[in-house]
Ligand binder design. Structure first.
Ligand SMILES: C[S@@+](CC[C@H](N)C(=O)[O-])C[C@H]1O[C@@H](n2cnc3c(N)ncnc32)[C@H](O)[C@@H]1O
Length: 212
């Protein structure tokens, strides 16, 4: 699995497919959390959320973990271009979340935006458990992802889009997941409760804030 090949095109592809909706979704719950001190962002990608987080919380320290070296470089370049003074507060970690040794009870905010959908069902519970162990007892968790509306045309449209996207990312990035699995029950099982949810694109996108 590697997003290196599509990293340079990711922003353009996102714009063509979703306009600004994914970014709206990423930042929708930023105001719902207590001011964080130590943040873990898993699979940040090209740094658009990271920029907003640093701007919103000037004292925050961020560990930004991503398996793609090119994505990390793009994120670093974006921070240097838009918020050079903030770059000292970010540690870029090039590693795979499945094998990364996470510190225990360290982060008061965990962020997983459009990344949990890359993991196959058999890995999802384990990865969420690992990230939850790295979070403090009073941590928040921001999660943005796709979802499938319950019925009607919106359900059909989401299913069609997701089938296309899974095929695309399986071919271009080699992700192992074949279908969307709702991470909510696994996050809940780790002692988090849903504090806020915003939906976009007729329920196909969700932005959630969870709290322990
Ligand atoms: C679909 S992109 C999402 C990027 C961004 N968070 C967003 O909101 O668009 C998935 C990102 O997660 C990273 N990723 C996927 N699986 C990973 C893993 N097992 N460990 C670390 N990063 C991973 C990819 O390299 C990529 O940057």
């Amino acid at each position: 699995m590697s997003f290196d090949a599509i990293a340079p095109w990711y922003r353009a592809l996102e714009w063509i497919a979703f306009g600004n909706d994914l970014q709206r979704c990423r930042i929708a719950c930023l105001g719902e959390i207590e001011s964080p001190r130590r943040v873990l962002i898993v699979g940040e990608g090209n740094g658009r959320f990271l920029c907003k987080l640093l701007r919103a919380y000037p004292n925050v320290e961020v560990d930004c973990l991503d398996a793609s070296a090119r994505m990390l470089r793009l994120a670093e370049e974006r921070i240097c271009a838009k918020a050079r003074d903030d770059s000292a507060r970010v540690h870029f970690l090039h590693d795979d979340a499945t094998s990364w040794s996470a510190p225990e009870r360290h982060y008061d905010l965990v962020v997983t935006h459009f990344v949990l959908d890359c993991f196959p069902e058999v890995q999802l519970a384990g990865i969420i458990e690992k990230l939850a162990r790295a979070a403090t007892d009073d941590a928040s968790w921001l999660l943005a992802d796709f979802c499938i509306p319950a019925r009607g045309f919106a359900k059909l449209r989401a299913r069609t889009w997701l089938a296309i996207m899974y095929k695309f990312f399986r071919v271009t990035a080699g992700i192992q997941a074949t279908r969307l699995r709702d991470p909510s029950p696994f996050v809940q099982a780790q002692g988090f409760a849903l504090a806020k949810q915003h939906q976009f694109k007729n329920g196909m996108l969700k932005s959630e804030a969870w709290r322990r």
